[in-house]
Design a protein around this ligand. Structure first.
Ligand code: NAD
Length: 260
């Protein structure tokens, strides 16, 4: 479905981003992957995408809190593949504390990685997309882009901002065959969420499995994690021609979280 397209997925060394990169590669897209992690494991992943799916994949180590590195990553993707057709803003971090205890440097880091990085990638990618009159921008927001929870002031602020950014970009690009949409997952079992479950188990002294169920049932009518592959499948659909007129939307994949 995406044969010959070039896609960049930020934060694709782990979790949801990795699943999106794999789903795009399975549809024939060439890839720029990005994110932190063990060098050998990342090279393994990059080479694996090429081998398993017969596409070309390159790795950018750009730090999503550094605007100059972000601009360079987008330029390199364009140069390598001759175009950047599909941009997925996925990199994200979390910190949990009441606002009066929230460290200022954690606020700055979360706003930089979870919100400002998307401004920088989109700003750099849109001119090329407009020139070629085709583009797909997919922002991985969260249920926390639509509703709030305690102790997540920076994350909730950044994700609400990202949903707003999605709408602005959609309107500005509406007549350039460029769409911009947000995906708003509920709980997806990835290293980011596993860290939160482990932290809760440490505080409560309860088994990890009990904390998993407690975490789900606090927010989701459906007591089941979304799989990263489910988000990958939706991203493929939004990047396809079938979704040509879907723009400015925020898609909930949240087991009923925001319906309750
Ligand atoms: P994860 O921790 O498994 O992956 C995060 C990725 O971002 C990793 O590849 C990491 O290296 C990368 N990253 C972090 N900081 C970076 C930086 N400064 N520069 C470049 N890369 C950086 O997390 P995940 O659960 O897969 O989350 C992915 C996205 O989905 C995030 O934006 C998150 O907020 C969102 N999300 C996750 C869930 C969930 O339940 N897991 C729910 C809703 C939204």
């Amino acid at each position: 479905m995406l044969k010959g397209k070039s896609a960049l997925v930020t934060g694709s060394t782990s979790g949801i981003g990795l699943a999106i990169a794999r789903a795009f590669a399975a549809e024939g897209a060439n890839l720029t992957i990005n994110g932190f992690g063990d060098k050998a494991a990342i090279e393994n992943e990059r080479a694996g995408l090429e081998k398993q799916f017969g596409v070309k994949a390159v790795y950018s180590p750009a730090d999503m809190s550094k605007p100059a590195e972000i601009a360079d990553m987008v330029r390199t993707a364009e140069k390598t593949f001759g175009a950047l057709d599909i941009l997925v803003n996925n990199a994200g971090i979390q910190h949990v504390a009441n606002i009066e205890d929230f460290p200022v440097e954690k606020w700055d880091a979360i706003i930089a990685v979870n919100l400002s990085s998307s401004f920088h990638t989109i700003r750099a990618a849109v001119p090329g997309m407009k020139k070629r009159q085709w583009g797909r921008i997919i922002n991985i927001a969260s249920a926390h882009g639509l509703v709030a929870s305690a102790q997540k002031v920076a994350y909730v602020s950044a994700k609400h901002g990202l949903v707003g950014m999605t709408k602005v970009v959609a309107i500005e690009c509406a007549n350039s065959s460029i769409t911009c949409n947000a995906i708003c997952p509920g709980w997806v079992l990835t290293p980011l969420v596993q860290a939160q479950i482990d932290a809760r188990a440490k505080v409560s002294g309860r088994p990890v499995r009990e904390e998993e169920i407690a975490l789900l049932s606090e927010k989701q009518p459906m007591h089941q994690f979304t799989k990263p592959e489910n988000i990958g499948a939706l991203a493929v659909f939004l990047a396809s021609d079938a979704a040509a007129t879907i723009t400015g939307s925020a898609y909930s994949v949240d087991g009923g979280w925001t319906a309750a």
